[in-house]
Design a binder for this molecule. Structure first.
Ligand code: GAR
Length: 193
């Protein structure tokens, strides 16, 4: 991606489905003078996402789309993104799989954060699987999105030690804390800022 000039921020859409703690960390990051991005819209497939409250709190536009008919939802989203001149999409706990057609419309411009050390534990229930597999480490990954689930090029990863008495909840909380630092770091990395 072209490096940011530091003057004009890259208009970004954040896609969420739930709590939105990564959205909050991205909003805080975007407010820094040196941040290469501005967050111009929050998109959710779930009207009950707690994270939508942040769009209200920080006066960011929000849109909710029903993914029952994915093609239709994606068509509407693409129009909305165009209307808002969005140039970067950050998936942040977005639990729907986007179609190849959608991804092709934003080639190289969709990022995702995933709570494991990819390529290990793609998909759901990552923490449970890491524990079951008796891993010594887990972590989180920010990567580009391609049409294969959790398989795009890795941008940054952060490793986290799994302790003896670790539960999926303690592991989740520990990794989430790292996610909040890793996503902004990955964005800085790709825009050389
Ligand atoms: C985060 O741990 C994120 O990595 C994960 O969902 C959580 C969302 O938390 N994403 C995925 O599992 C995507 N496959 P948040 O809503 O508080 O940011």
């Amino acid at each position: 991606m072209a490096p940011s000039t530091g003057i004009k921020k890259i208009k970004t859409a954040v896609f969420i489905s739930g709590t939105g703690s990564n959205l909050l960390s991205l909003i805080k990051f975007s407010k820094l003078k040196k941040s290469p991005i501005s967050i111009n819209i929050v998109i959710s497939n779930n009207a009950k996402s707690k994270g939508l409250n942040y769009s209200k709190q920080f006066k960011i536009k929000k849109k909710i789309y029903n993914f029952k008919i994915r093609n239709l939802a994606e068509k509407k989203i693409l129009l909305e993104l165009k209307r808002n001149e969005i140039d970067l999409i950050c998936l942040a706990g977005f639990m729907k799989i986007l179609s190849k057609n959608f991804i092709d419309n934003f080639k190289g411009k969709i990022l995702n954060i995933h709570p494991s050390l990819l390529p290990k534990f793609k998909g759901l229930n990552t923490h449970e699987r890491a524990l079951k597999n008796k891993e010594n480490f887990s972590g989180c990954t920010v990567h580009y999105v391609n049409s294969k689930l959790d398989s795009g090029k890795v941008i940054l990863q952060k490793k986290v030690k799994i302790n003896k008495n670790e539960t999926s909840k303690t592991l989740r909380d520990k990794i989430l804390k790292q996610e909040h630092k890793l996503y902004p770091e990955a964005i800085k990395k790709i825009f050389n800022s």
